[in-house]
Design a protein around this ligand. Structure first.
Ligand SMILES: *[C@@H]1O[C@H](CO)[C@@H](O)[C@H](O)[C@H]1NC(C)=O
Ligand SMILES: *[C@@H]1O[C@H](CO)[C@@H](O)[C@H](O)[C@H]1NC(C)=O
Ligand SMILES: *[C@@H]1O[C@H](CO)[C@@H](O)[C@H](O)[C@H]1NC(C)=O
Ligand SMILES: *[C@@H]1O[C@H](CO)[C@@H](O)[C@H](O)[C@H]1NC(C)=O
Length: 506
């Protein structure tokens, strides 16, 4: 199934996103804090400004000294000093390492930092990733993304250097050079956070790397593992649900071959007339299952699309519901409506050809063609998806056509490691929390074992994609509160140790 190429993306963007309005910031949830933290975060709700927006003149190329490398661009960062205890007190600085999209969008899913900032008297900083949002070099999207000559400056090593440069400069401006910095990140941003701690231990005392699949490179993790997790998510809800979805791919192929079959499929799923192929239908369906599994959160979400709590369960309920008759297409239609049309706001038809990118994620296709070669596109015969093999050549071919370049599939492990991670990190690494929710397919490439006393894997078998970083709510289950409490305790320990080490040296 060629259309699984969509899995290049952490957060799928181009088709199938029907959110009518940009989701608004969930102010009301701010006042719900993890248990045991101080009550002062309620202040955030009084003042609707969650952060100030600033720009920093950033160097284009940190690693060469040719004239072009001295070019600069404006890098956006967001800052909130409402809770900060100040430079004099050496109060901590919490920095979010921006992902592959608009930084303001990501702040909506990092409520955890707002929730815990009052407890730590922490300054909050969210840095936008170069080539995304408003942090685009070369004067604009069009200029920056038109050729590999300019896109070449989009790489993880440049990004980490941006973050280090900005943090050091900011601390200097605030005369806060002794304030400890803790970095946070989720998903790709979580990988950046973990790598940042390993590469820049003089800039940060520790990292919370949530749902960071740093082991999904080369052959460290099986290419089938990603879809195995999705299969397991649905299968554990109900065997019938799994069977209906699994059986649907062949059924769709069979119907497509009948005369008038494509039209019948189109009508069954309420798809607009511009719909082109059975491949795009398959992609549309598998996108729904994949992203529902990723965001199988215990409370309602508006992150990718608006969805109810435990959406996988809801999808399987729709499939198992006898009121939907025996027509598998009707069952699937009501199931995918939970992902695409939960609010019931998609009026006429689903537009599979639409290519909106509301969160500005398009730069990821360049990253997925250069360094971020994560071989996760395989499905074994028991998979909920049609059996398929991960095919590096298919990716390479796509990249050649799209950018006229050849990927470097071994670069990430060369630069950051990954093989024998336990043995390697045990000897020199420290202070990283790797959180993974095991219902999240990306957890397959995460660090799931404790490596040392301070390289800690926190696992929630009920958890999904960086669920720990979301705003806390009154409905949060106990396991989620426990995860967050553990994280707070560990961060607290890093900070205390840091202060102790300062006095030890005097
Ligand atoms: C630090 O201050 C200088 C001078 O005002 C300013 O140009 C620079 O952008 C500031 N750095 C940050 C990270 O804001
Ligand atoms: C990955 O491939 C390399 C080179 O082919 C091999 O030496 C290594 O054992 C493989 N590792 C795993 C985990 O399969
Ligand atoms: C979306 O849901 C609403 C309410 O259930 C329904 O009326 C509408 O037809 C659905 N949209 C599509 C494209 O099926
Ligand atoms: C790792 O150690 C911590 C205690 O430091 C514990 O809470 C956690 O459950 C352990 N993780 C795993 C995967 O065993």
């Amino acid at each position: 199934m060629k259309t699984r190429i969509i899995l290049l993306f952490f957060f799928f963007y181009f088709a199938f996103s029907f959110a009518k309005t940009t989701p608004t910031f969930p102010f009301s949830t701010i006042i719900n804090r993890p248990n045991g933290l101080s009550a002062s975060s309620a202040k955030a709700a009084d003042n609707h400004k969650l952060y100030d927006t600033k720009y920093f003149t950033q160097i284009l190329d940190h690693f060469t000294f040719t004239p072009q490398s001295y070019h600069t661009f404006q890098q956006r960062y967001l800052i909130n000093d409402r809770y900060w205890g100040g430079a004099k007190n050496m109060a901590p600085i919490f920095v979010y390492m921006g992902n592959e999209g608009d930084i303001e969008w990501f702040t909506q899913n990092t409520g955890f930092m707002f929730d815990i900032a009052p407890h730590f008297n922490a300054l909050l900083v969210f840095i936008e990733h170069r080539f995304y949002g408003k942090s685009v070099p070369f004067g604009g999207e069009k200029e920056a993304k038109s050729s590999s000559k300019t896109l070449g400056y989009l790489s993880s090593t440049q990004v980490l250097a941006d973050y280090a440069t900005l943090i050091i400069d900011l601390k200097k401006n605030l005369t806060a050079t002794d304030s400890p910095v803790v970095v946070f990140g989720g998903s790709y941003g979580g990988m950046l956070a973990a790598w940042f701690r390993l590469k820049y231990p003089h800039v940060t005392i520790g990292a919370l790397a949530s749902s960071a699949p740093i082991l999904y490179f080369e052959n460290i993790t099986s290419p089938y593992a990603f879809s195995d997790v999705i299969t397991q998510d649905f299968r554990s809800e109900s065997e019938n649900c799994y069977k209906v979805i699994k059986g649907s791919w062949q059924l769709i192929q069979d119907i497509a071959e009948e005369s008038g079959g494509l039209e019948r499929l189109r009508k069954s799923f309420n798809i607009c007339k511009n719909y082109i192929s059975v491949g795009s239908l398959e992609g549309w369906l598998s996108t729904a299952y994949t992203y529902t599994a990723m965001t199988d959160y215990p409370t309602a979400t508006n992150f990718l699309n608006p969805m109810p709590p435990y959406p996988v369960k809801q999808m399987c309920k729709a499939i198992d519901d006898p009121n939907h008759g025996s027509d598998p297409l009707a069952k699937l239609y009501s199931a995918v409506n939970i992902y695409y049309n939960y609010t019931g706001e998609v009026n006429n038809c689903f537009d599979l050809a639409s290519s909106s990118d509301p969160h500005g994620l398009s730069g990821w296709s360049w990253q997925a063609c250069t360094e971020m070669i994560m071989p996760l596109g395989g499905s074994n015969k028991d998979s909920i998806f049609p059996a398929s093999e991960w095919d590096y050549n298919e990716r390479a071919q796509y990249c050649k056509e799209a950018f006229k370049i050849e990927p470097r599939p071994n670069w990430i492990t060369t630069e950051f490691g990954g093989h024998n991670i336990e043995r390697v990190l045990k000897r020199f690494g420290s202070n990283i929390i790797f959180f993974n929710g095991l219902r999240d397919p990306w957890s397959a490439g995460g660090v799931l074992k404790n490596i040392s006393k301070s390289l800690v894997a926190i696992i929630a078998k009920e958890g999904a994609h960086h669920v720990d970083l979301r705003f806390s709510t009154k409905e949060d289950p106990k396991w989620l509160k426990d995860v967050r409490r553990k994280e707070v305790e560990i961060i607290q320990k890093w900070i205390s140790q840091y202060y102790h080490s300062l006095t030890d040296l005097i």
